[in-house]
Design a protein around this ligand. Structure first.
Ligand code: HEM
Length: 356
């Protein structure tokens, strides 16, 4: 790491800060990479890290929720679950016609919006958008076929470059010393991402969401994309005034009372294996080099999101980026460990919550 190459004692505070920023802008996991487009590098330790992540996340979850429903480890506060339509149009470019997007079609969707870590909506946070399509033709890489999930976050970079960094974060969380993770000089890039990414918002319908991690896009194995869902509603929510801890659910309902909500679903192709790495989820792929291209439209019709049964079924749902077609196989270390972690944690939650 470049910060180790320059002794801090020889620098003034101002210069040290500049060196830190330069170091932060370098991506930690892709240094020395010589991967080709769409190519992955599997670390020998990944299976062990995935098992340790599951163990630690289960322990933390039990500590957080000794009784009652076991909530999700991340994105625990549901802001709203909505029924939607996911439409692949007949007007997308020929090179984008692959996998799910090969043919025009409309898929019924359920979308869960959530806060990443806060239960009070007035606090800055990342927000999540989990999309589940049904009626999808073809075999799923994980779980029963017919469904397909997209799991998105409100910032284009993940705060952890790779599985080891995510594990370090979880290990610090388990000790109740999360700050230790962020103040470790090798994790200062994470601090910067968290400082930039946590935001106050007017409504979950007003912001963009990103996969942060890459996915295959059919073809010969050289095509990798990141996903984004960007808002396209005719209006945005009012800026929150006197907002209370549940104002984001109220803002969604207010929007849907007035009219439907809309997102464009887009893909961004990897064009440079070094500067748009597969194995480092903390690097934002430059949109001036490769812009996001629209492949589908998500429409959320007017509806009530307050129905207790719908909210309950939303709590029971599980999303997994591996619930997808082979043409869209998740790529990179973060996605590889998520296969085990999401499967195990959804089963763990279900076992506890169905026995309540
Ligand atoms: C190694 C990296 C990661 C780990 C270990 C991890 C862990 C988890 C866990 C344990 C859950 C709860 C699952 C459940 O109980 O069903 C969760 C949920 C979630 N995560 Fe991650 N996560 C990782 C990376 C990401 C990334 C890259 C994104 C998106 C950009 C993301 C977005 C979400 C969202 C939106 C949910 C809520 C899913 C739902 O609605 O059920 N996570 N994550």
């Amino acid at each position: 790491m470049c910060i180790h190459e320059t002794p801090a004692s020889k620098l003034g505070i101002g210069r040290l800060f500049v060196v830190l920023l330069v170091c932060l802008s370098l991506n930690p996991a892709s240094a020395g990479d010589a991967l080709r487009l769409g190519e992955e590098r599997i670390d020998d330790n990944e299976a062990r890290i995935a098992d340790e992540l599951v163990k630690a996340i289960k322990e933390i979850s039990l500590e957080r929720h000794p009784q009652g429903p076991l909530l999700r480890f991340n994105q625990a506060k549901t802001l709203g679950c909505v029924s939607a339509r996911f439409e692949v149009g007949d007007n997308i470019r020929p090179e984008l016609r692959r996998g799910l997007f090969a043919n025009p079609g409309t898929y019924p969707a359920t979308i869960r919006f959530a806060n990443a870590s806060q239960f009070d909506d007035t606090k800055k946070d990342f927000r999540g958008m989990s999309i589940k399509l049904s009626g999808v033709a073809g075999d799923s890489l994980w779980g029963e076929s017919g469904e397909m999930d997209f799991v998105l976050n409100s910032h284009p970079a993940l705060f952890a470059a790779d599985p080891q960094d995510f594990y370090d974060f979880v290990a610090a969380t388990r000790k109740g010393r999360r700050w230790q993770y962020f103040l470790n000089p090798t994790h200062l890039y994470s601090l910067l991402i968290v400082l930039r990414g946590r935001q106050k918002i007017s409504s979950p319908f007003d912001i963009a969401y990103y996969s942060t991690t890459p996915y295959r896009y059919g073809g010969d194995g050289t095509k990798a994309v990141k996903y984004a869902a960007t808002p396209c509603s005719e209006f945005v929510g009012d800026a929150p005034r006197g907002a209370d801890e549940n104002y984001l659910t109220a803002a969604m309902q207010k929007h849907l009372d007035k009219g439907e909500a809309c997102f464009d679903f887009r893909v961004q192709f990897q064009k440079d294996a070094q500067h748009m790495p597969i194995e480092d989820a903390s690097v934002v792929w430059d949109e001036s080099v490769s812009p996001f291209l629209k492949v589908a439209r998500i429409t959320v019709p007017k509806q009530s999101i307050q129905d207790p049964d719908a909210r309950e079924s939303c709590e029971r749902m599980s999303f997994n980026p591996w619930r997808t077609l082979a043409a869209h196989q998740p790529l990179g270390g973060i996605n590889r460990v998520r296969r085990t972690v999401y499967a195990e944690m959804a089963a763990f939650r279900a076992a506890r919550n169905t026995s309540q």
